[in-house]
Design a protein around this ligand. Structure first.
Ligand code: ZN
Length: 242
């Protein structure tokens, strides 16, 4: 059967967004799901999202929120908003779920591409790649032609052509001989001003990557945040896509 991958990332415990994305991908005949990490954090359905992702995705790599929810390490490097939800999430997850998060690998090789949450060089530093300079540094560590990542919650394609790195508009064709470092955007907390969920579909046979935006029930996700007494700001930002 011809493979078609959905690459999901930064789900952040948003079950309404995750359900909408899965429905969209299934309608487009996706055969395989993989995940670039941050299954939990920020939103109010961590247990449900872990249950779905571990059953659905053939590969999931570890995000920084997954790491800090699973291990009782200091949260000094986190924004207080994020840290408060990580502490809350630690209390929500049964041991079985924490163990699954603890066992996630920092990076992984899938058929024809790589997955990492942040960067391939020292992924445990959780560095952010926002611009072409940062992407160029990263691409020198990337051995395979195609690598998907997350972490910034902003969908973008960095394409290395000779020594020049340029950003591509969404929906791109993979050119043989070039290298791509592609951010899938965020399923559960988009930050590019568009509140709809973001993910990618990779169709290896035609070497095409499609960026998808999917509307979901934001009000229900906000209601869960409020019911869980998580910070109100986290509910508001979902509607803004920030
Ligand atoms: Zn994230």
């Amino acid at each position: 059967m011809e493979k078609k991958f959905a690459i999901l990332g930064d789900i952040h415990a948003n079950i309404e967004a995750l359900a909408a994305v899965i429905e969209d991908a299934r309608a487009l005949s996706v055969t395989d799901f993989v995940c670039v990490g941050d299954v939990v954090g920020y939103n109010a359905s961590p247990r449900e999202c872990v249950d779905i992702i571990r059953g659905l995705c053939s590969i999931t790599v570890r995000g920084n929120h997954d790491h800090y929810c699973a291990y009782p390490e200091s949260l000094d490097d986190f924004h207080p908003l994020a840290a408060s939800v990580i502490e809350w999430t630690r209390r929500q997850l049964p041991e079985e779920h924490l163990n699954w998060l603890q066992d996630l690998k920092m990076q992984a090789v899938a058929p024809g591409f790589m997955l990492v949450h942040s960067t391939l060089d020292m992924p445990e530093r959780w560095g952010y790649v926002f611009d072409t300079l940062e992407a160029e540094a990263h691409l020198s560590y990337q051995n395979m032609a195609l690598c998907f990542h997350g972490h910034t919650h902003v969908p973008i394609v960095f394409e290395k052509q000779g020594v020049v790195v340029r950003t591509e508009p969404v929906n791109t064709n993979i050119q043989i001989g070039r290298k791509y470092f592609i951010n899938t955007g965020s399923v559960g907390q988009p930050r590019d001003g568009d509140p709809r969920s973001s993910y990618c579909i990779y169709h290896p046979k035609v070497r095409e990557i499609e960026f998808r935006r999917v509307a979901y029930d934001i009000e229900s996700a906000q209601a869960r945040i409020r019911a869980a007494k998580l910070p109100e700001r986290l509910a508001q930002r979902l509607a803004l896509g920030r």
